[in-house]
Design a protein around this ligand. Sequence first.
Ligand code: C2O
Ligand code: CU
Length: 419
Amino acid sequence: QTATDDYYTVTAEASETQFLPGKKTKTWGYNAGFLGQTIVFHNGKHTHIDLKNTLPELTTFHWHGLNVPGPITDGGCHAPVYPGKTNHIDFDVDQPAATIWLHAHPCPSTATQVWKGLAAMVLIKDDVEDQLPLPRNYGVDDIPMVLQDREFHEDNQFDYRADYDPDGVQGHTALVNGTVNPYFDVTTQRVRLRILNGSNRREWRLHFDDDLEFAQVGSDGGIMPAPVYLTKLMATCAERDEIVVDFGNYQPGDEVTLMTDDTPLCHFRIKAFEPDNTKLPDRLVDIPDETPTPGLPVRKITMDGMDEEVAMDHKKFDMQRIDARQKVNDVAIWEITNTNSTKNGMVHPFHVHGTQFTVLARNDGPVYPNEHGWKDTVGVNPGETVRIKVRFKLTGVYMYHCHIIEHEDGGMMAQIESY
Ligand code: C2O
Ligand code: CU
């Protein structure tokens, strides 16, 4: 322990949250009533965290997107924190600036705990990102946006069981950072939105109501090699997308709305701001193109089925079983096939713990324009095969699974040992 280390306490706690007029909703959160306070890590720092569980049941603290030394730090189902207990983890932050997140991951009740609110945004900072001409004044022009949907029942309560669907629970009300029908006052010309799809199942198809173009500058694992200019952005579960929006063509008093399909998500109210004509560079960061380790066979993985029938490689998850092994620092090609029918199958967002990967191909063709950066979650379409390149820098047992959380809880999950 040194004075330059970072220290945090994260408490999972029960509370009540005012979402709608009338009764408050019983919720869970991290140092907060619902979701959590944003946590900021610094690349290169040794980081200590006390994980405190004041809930009436066991939970875990999973750092989605973080390179961690093994399953206990990772906080998947191997790392329970029992009610009334506090666990301690510490690790070196060793990865580029990124928007990652924390969520509960006790198997098989990840989905219900996240539904109650156990998810929070985590930012990693570093010197490289610090030098880029990107908005970074947190809360002013650098804004976290956790997108979720919830169903409100009698007395404004959640009722996970009533809404249960083995293909993923959805609700009719959109929440942004736990707020129904939010607005944001735009006081700078450029605003950076760190979007997290924190839904259990829903995909978000984002666009502005006037089709304003924006620049995507970051994906799951950090800043992308180059900005990608878009008017539509599709986010599958657990994906993060950092976008920079330039409001230079609006006047004070204007309003522009971020939509998902035809549903308004967030109203941006334009206020007076100083002109800021900073242009994004054509290149942002370098992502090394690591050569696959010679002689390694391609790892073939299938994501199978829907509803109760879901499986990974035709098997249900078993915490006692190691499904695969990969040598630390080997650069391996994984081929993930969604065996659902192209007619009525689902997109399965494939997530690997404990590392960031790159996406090489979709059905032997090109990847989406915004998939050239580090990723930890990739949507695999029905009938599609997605090829990714995976290296674990640390040893340990890491899970990989569908991030439709009910599919994960339902067994579309496996684990690999990095040795
Ligand atoms: Cu976001 Cu296994 O988790
Ligand atoms: Cu799935």
